[in-house]
Design a protein around this ligand. Structure first.
Ligand code: ADP
Length: 380
């Protein structure tokens, strides 16, 4: 049964806000996205008021969930700080970070000593999650998601506790790469429970909306959805959370890079000049918000014939290594263009997991080693 925006608004009209007026009249609602039984919106309030609104957020979510035909509801509470307003006691752009899991203290640190709640963005650590690493690319189709999942699996093989968030809201590919079709459930603390596959917790907007559902994301909705997938998910204790970023270097990516407390970024590029220009933009974007580039990965670096193993440098292999040297960022490794990588990914069984003793798994693990070393403070 299709649920439309008007039904959602009608349900929200019955929810009273802390301002004493119906939620629909409190001038706090974002655009409402309703498609195919899935409803997303955010309640935008001043940071100082955020706590008072948490209960309202819960009631709004319950009211929408009660509409016949609604299968998924995500209501984010986003707090904007007015320019010049006194800082709130807690950077409360999201309700959920106030819940502590009693897990080990946050171990992530800001590069260059930037405070966690710097003017660059309202960054709140995720309790229990150590380093958050973005896997990014200047443009789509270079193998960013394939690299992200295989890298996550490589780090898993190195003994780290790893999670993967598919934040590519424009084209979530983790459902395809993992074969997961089920939806995450909510736990008693009303957090989404990530789906465990290959021994790692996974979360993707694609689990909620389906890979084929076209979603039109407007400005603030992007961050709302991503915030919920970061802070409203029961990640548990993780050494590393890999975030598969949306491709490109536009506003959505910049906001994400600013607001998520990233430890560093891994840039995926193919060797061609054009891709490298985009990769360079990616590095510049992260450096603008003080996120260090942990390194560049050259994907589809050379072609390896599946029949005879012969190697050909069809894309002018080596471009990313030169670029890394030029930009003085680490070069992390070369991944060949190989059928096994494509077919295993597209069959929901990434190569590091399905062929752990093969040559490709070894390459991803070697890249993982370099990242692990950097997390431990070494230079590579
Ligand atoms: P992106 O996330 O950058 O859009 P994907 O990871 O979805 O890219 O990869 C795009 C396509 O290329 C997929 O079909 C994937 O299986 C394939 N692919 C990615 N890396 C490789 C590789 N090294 N060898 C062969 N195919 C690859």
């Amino acid at each position: 049964m299709a649920v439309d925006k008007d039904q959602v608004l009608a349900a929200l009209r019955a929810v009273t806000s802390p301002r004493g007026v119906p939620l629909t009249e409190a001038r706090v609602l974002s655009e409402i996205a309703a498609s195919d039984g899935k409803v997303f919106f955010s309640i935008n309030v001043d940071a100082a008021e955020a706590r008072a609104w948490e209960e309202t957020r819960g009631r709004a979510e319950a009211a929408v969930r009660a509409i016949p035909g609604v299968t998924t509801v995500m209501v984010a509470l986003t707090a904007e700080r007015r320019p010049g307003a006194a800082p709130a006691p807690q950077p409360s752009h999201q309700h959920s970070h106030q819940h502590s899991h009693g897990v080990r203290p946050d171990t992530q640190h800001r590069p260059h000593g930037a405070p966690a709640d710097s003017p660059m963005g309202k960054q709140v650590a995720i309790p229990g999650v150590g380093a958050i690493i973005a896997v990014a690319s200047g443009k789509g189709g270079v193998g960013k998601s394939t690299t992200a999942i295989n890298l996550a699996l490589g780090l898993r093989d190195l003994g780290l506790k790893v999670g993967l968030l598919d934040a590519d809201i424009y084209g979530p590919s983790v459902p395809r790469l993992t074969g997961i079709l089920q939806k995450p459930q909510l736990n008693d603390a009303r957090k989404m429970v990530p789906i465990l596959r290959f021994g790692i917790p996974l979360m993707s907007i694609g689990f909620l909306v389906g890979e084929e559902t076209p979603m039109v994301w407007r400005g603030p909705m992007v961050m709302s959805a991503i915030r919920q997938m970061l802070w409203d998910v029961a990640w548990g204790v993780l050494d590393v959370l890999i975030v598969d970023m949306p491709p490109g270097t536009g506003d959505a990516q910049l906001t994400l890079a600013q607001q998520v407390p990233l430890r560093g970024a891994v840039i995926v590029s193919t060797p061609q000049d054009l891709a490298l220009i985009d990769a360079r933009r990616g590095i510049a974007m992260f450096s603008k918000v003080n996120v260090p580039t942990l390194g560049i990965v050259e994907n589809m670096s050379y072609f390896q014939c599946p029949e005879c193993g012969t190697r050909s440098d069809i894309f002018g292999h080596g471009g990313a290594r030169h670029e890394a040297e030029r930009l003085n960022v680490p070069f992390l490794g070369e991944i060949p263009l190989h059928m096994a990588i494509r077919t295993s990914s597209d069959a929901g069984a990434p190569v590091v997991d399905s062929e752990p003793n093969g040559p490709h798994a070894a390459i991803y693990r070697a890249i993982g080693e370099k990242i692990k070393a950097q997390l431990a403070g070494a230079t590579v």
